[in-house]
Design a protein around this ligand. Structure first.
Ligand code: SF4
Length: 178
């Protein structure tokens, strides 16, 4: 196990007093820099900065950051959820480290797909079957990992097979952290 001991702090960011959003930060006793290229290879939409030894990721609207000696999440709905998510992220790092022999590390920095690039591969009918008001809203949320391609039923119709394949090439399914 890579991360055994850590301290957790849950707080409301000072720039958002009264915003009722929470952040949590774990201070680590071990340097996790070596696991970042493995996370970069497996987390959809992650942005790795090798010079800073940092990797940022968005999941469900939460902003997540991995640093050498810290892991943080922010923009979480409540205090308990922030702490639970942080423990899930610790487990994710430990699981990824244990599986590192099965993963090809990725040392490159990838930009998140632009919303318009995603939108261009959607059916563009604004049918709302995904629960979003427009295909462009869906594209924005897809880029932020708040929805997945499975949430758009029309994409699975035969006529959109090429678009579905191209979308999947742009994005990689994210693992669960819970
Ligand atoms: S279900 Fe797909 S096609 Fe329909 S609005 Fe959502 S993204 Fe667009």
């Amino acid at each position: 196990m890579l991360i055994k001991d850590y301290d957790v702090e849950v707080f409301t960011p000072p720039c958002e007093p009264g915003a009722e959003r929470f952040a949590a930060r774990a201070r680590l006793m071990v340097d996790i820099s070596e696991v970042l290229p493995y996370l970069n290879a497996t987390l959809r939409g992650a942005v790795y900065n090798p010079a800073a030894q940092a990797l940022t990721w968005k999941k469900g609207g939460h902003n997540i950051a991995f640093h050498a000696y810290a892991i943080a999440t922010s923009n979480v709905e409540d205090r308990d959820a922030a702490e639970k998510e942080l423990h899930g992220l610790i487990e994710l790092v430990n699981r990824t480290w244990e599986r590192r022999d099965e993963i090809t590390p990725d040392h490159d920095t990838h930009q998140r797909p632009a919303p318009m690039a995603l939108y261009n591969l959607l059916p563009q009918t604004n049918c709302r079957k995904c629960g979003q008001p427009t295909c462009f809203t869906f594209a924005l949320k897809l880029g932020a990992s708040q929805v997945s391609v499975e949430d758009c039923p029309p994409l699975f119709e035969p006529e959109h097979a090429d678009k579905l394949a191209a979308l999947r090439a742009l994005i990689i399914d994210a693992p669960s952290i819970n």
